[in-house]
Write a protein that binds this ligand. Structure first.
Ligand code: ZN
Ligand code: ZN
Length: 146
């Protein structure tokens, strides 16, 4: 996946600096005004970014930051969990960010707001000590959330 860059207004390939009717210019302006899904700032011009397949956009530098650490969320045999057994891996720069990403995927259960919809969660160090990390169980990773 290659990063893209929006050319600055008034530069050779960039949009016009003043209001205009060009479709291309309108498109570039619209994209520059999108928010980065990692830091929440505008994507802006002259800044490498990636577009995700679902249409979200993220700065290339933010994406690298957010892939720094792996966090693991396991599911027990309770059928109310989004998965039965196994775990999902979340890539993030902090626990706070990891929980936010997990919740975006698996919202708290109604009546259990404030409680993550999983059995346990581990950071990389603690995960490495589990039998699941050693691949010695039937449990498996369902997905990686980035
Ligand atoms: Zn124009
Ligand atoms: Zn960003």
């Amino acid at each position: 996946m290659a990063a893209s860059i929006l050319p600055a207004p008034g530069s050779k390939l960039g949009p016009c600096t003043s209001k205009c009717q060009h479709t291309d210019c309108a498109m570039t302006r619209k994209m520059a005004a999108e928010k980065c899904c990692a830091c929440g700032e505008l994507i802006g011009y002259e800044c490498p970014y990636y577009s995700e397949h679902d249409g979200r956009m993220v700065h290339a530098s933010c994406l690298q930051d957010s892939l720094l650490n792996s966090y693991y969320y396991t599911f027990g045999s309770d059928l109310a969990f989004p998965h039965c057994g196994g775990w999902v891996e979340v890539r993030a720069s902090s626990w706070e960010e990891a929980h936010t990403k997990f919740r975006a995927h698996f919202p708290d259960r109604p009546g259990h707001e404030g409680i993550l919809n999983c059995a346990f969660f581990y950071d990389q160090d603690n995960w490495n000590k589990t039998i699941m990390a050693k691949g010695s169980t039937e449990e498996r990773c369902h997905e990686i959330i980035i």
